[in-house]
Design a protein around this ligand. Structure first.
Ligand SMILES: [Ca+2]
Ligand SMILES: [Ca+2]
Ligand SMILES: [Ca+2]
Length: 198
């Protein structure tokens, strides 16, 4: 599904994520997409399907999906339309900003853990690049993302740097927020392709 033309930064970022998540490309987010995305991340990171890191990722995605359908599937058809996604994210933030931040933490932590290939508690650029690859990001966008998210410039991302970026991505309409760069340039036309390269 092509990203809808929008001038609003927050909607644009929501749409980019929607396109990344709509793995089967049918224009809706469903449980099958959530599972496929988790499997794709594990595959690109070179993690086996039964490993503790993969199981943690699947669990986090499943919980996230269950939560999302309860909150966002307002017409109860078992899938999330782009409109439900945009409205649901804004509503959740407005109603319970702390819950919103904590709700995204398990997914972000599970992603951080599976990306940390050498288990040193930080993400190097090469580790983060594999995560981006799973979303079909170009390496140029992946490098841009890393440069902006590595707030202290030490060449690694901590879990807090990633969580803060994640949170800003989903909540901030400030054009200068670092989290806007989670997947690279949010306005780049290739950022939302959402297609795997293998
Ligand atoms: Ca879909
Ligand atoms: Ca729906
Ligand atoms: Ca590492």
């Amino acid at each position: 599904m092509p990203v809808v033309e929008t001038k609003d930064l927050l909607d644009r970022k929501f749409d980019v994520c929607f396109t990344h998540g709509d793995i089967n490309g049918n224009g809706f987010l469903e449980a099958a997409d959530a599972l496929a995305l988790a499997a794709r991340i594990a595959t690109y990171l070179g993690e086996s399907m039964g490993s503790p890191k993969t199981l943690k990722l699947f669990q986090a995605f499943e919980n996230f999906w269950n939560h999302v359908t309860i909150k966002m599937d307002t017409d109860n058809d078992g899938k999330i339309s782009p409109r439900e996604w945009r409205k649901g994210l804004r509503k959740a933030l407005a109603e319970d900003p702390n819950g919103y931040k904590e709700g995204s933490r398990p997914v972000a932590e599970a992603i951080f853990t599976i990306c940390d290939r050498d288990n040193d508690g930080t993400l190097e650029q090469s580790e983060f690049a594999k995560f981006h690859e799973a979303f079909g990001c170009t390496s140029a966008n992946s490098q841009l993302a890393f440069q902006h998210l590595d707030t202290d410039g030490d060449g690694t991302l901590t879990v807090e740097e990633l969580l803060n970026a994640w949170h800003e991505y989903y909540t901030s309409d400030d054009p200068n927020a670092r989290g806007n760069w989670l997947f690279g340039d949010a306005w780049d036309e290739t950022v939302a392709i959402g297609k795997a390269t293998r």
